[in-house]
Write a protein that binds this ligand. Sequence first.
Ligand SMILES: C[S@@+](CC[C@H](N)C(=O)[O-])C[C@H]1O[C@@H](n2cnc3c(N)ncnc32)[C@H](O)[C@@H]1O
Ligand SMILES: [Zn+2]
Length: 175
Amino acid sequence: MSHEHIELRDSPIAGRGVFATRHIKAGEVVFTAHPDDIKYEIDAVYAMPPDQRDAILYYTWQCGPTTLCLDGGIGRYQNHSCDPNTWWINEDTTVARRDIAAGEEVTCDYGAFMMSVPYDMPCNCGAANCRGRITHRDYLDSRFQRTHGDHVPPYIRDAINAAKLSVQTDLDVKA
Ligand SMILES: C[S@@+](CC[C@H](N)C(=O)[O-])C[C@H]1O[C@@H](n2cnc3c(N)ncnc32)[C@H](O)[C@@H]1O
Ligand SMILES: [Zn+2]
């Protein structure tokens, strides 16, 4: 479910995106789960005919270790930015990361939820810190981790912690 002051418009990033129709303050909830959202198990999606599978992969975001979510509203049109103006506060809610001006496109970082579905796409976000490509392994990058801190879904936080622990264990074994 989206903030009441967000609407669908053509986007300079890609196709259509979602835009603020009035000023949104940092910390305001921008998207959160709604009963109309549909959940899919990733294995079940890969067992579907290719057209159906690809349509679901295009519009869904990963909302759990093995789950994809389809926003029942305009949230499915949210584009990615490497300098997003929203970020996660729990598994299914994003808030404004900074003040968002009326007319500004509302973006999130796909790298904050992509993990289990292979993904590698050239990025057209135009941000000064654009990573150039968006992949399902961006959460492993230390600069990404510094930028997002705990503002990622819990399964991504767990995966980051597991990766750090595994590096530490390797170092301990070699010491
Ligand atoms: C969930 S859709 C977003 C809505 C899409 N713009 C549309 O009009 O259907 C995700 C797709 O949007 C495009 N997209 C989103 N963010 C992008 C970005 N930063 N750079 C390039 N393409 C992007 C890609 O084609 C991606 O697969
Ligand atoms: Zn980018």
